[in-house]
Design a protein around this ligand. Sequence first.
Ligand SMILES: [Zn+2]
Length: 274
Amino acid sequence: MGYIDPHIHMISRTTDDYERLALAGCVALTEPAFWAGFDRSSAQGFYDYFRCLTEFEPKRASQYGIDHYTWLCINPKEADDLGLAREVLQIIPEFLSSPNVLGIGEIGLNKNTKNELLIFEEHLELASKHNQPILVHTPHLEDKKKGTRLILDAIQAHNIPPHRVLIDHVEEHTVEMVLEKGFWAGMTLYPETKCTPQRAVDILEMYGKERLCMNSAGDWGPSDPLAVPKAILEMRRRGHSKMDIQKVTLQNPLAFLGQSPHFQTEKILEESAE
Ligand SMILES: [Zn+2]
């Protein structure tokens, strides 16, 4: 049975990683726009990045039978420069019709600054205007709980229905408020720091499997593109049923991502059954 990785930054991974993902059963993945490991000097840098996400990565993924989708934005780390951020916001709409674009993301907060919040809200307006689902990053560096609360309040103030939003990087102290308000929640798994596969399975056991997903991040830092299969192994080891594993790693991502008309739910269901 196949699985979906709803948050993995393939631009920072090798082609061998696509092969490893395919061998581990990954049938589809979604790649949110993020910080590239360095600050880009102009909006043109983002234009080329969006071309990579909408043209190059889907081709690289398809060589391994993996469906590649993406989310577009200027990430919170670079959004602190208001001038640059607004230039990037202007170029996003022309990419929204690309067949693999699912919505706006990963937007959110990094250090919880005023400018980050301002640009976060401008992304919410863009998403509303174009009726796009949203993928949200919650901060690691500063107070995650405070940052998550600021994010949820801003989304509600913009009257965006919570089922259209997935809040990522949830941990033990933030998952409850995200689920309680009707949002989807994503656990971003890392080998040692932040949420490990073991901690993610603890969270599933505490909060249930409704509206919860798992992803591997697979970014520039120490991270593991096979973190989701490792969490699946941990679930098996603890005696979770095949149905429960499928719910978290396939059915839940399908239900959230399927809200975008670009997401080919039927095709992915067929591929995952092979
Ligand atoms: Zn990310």
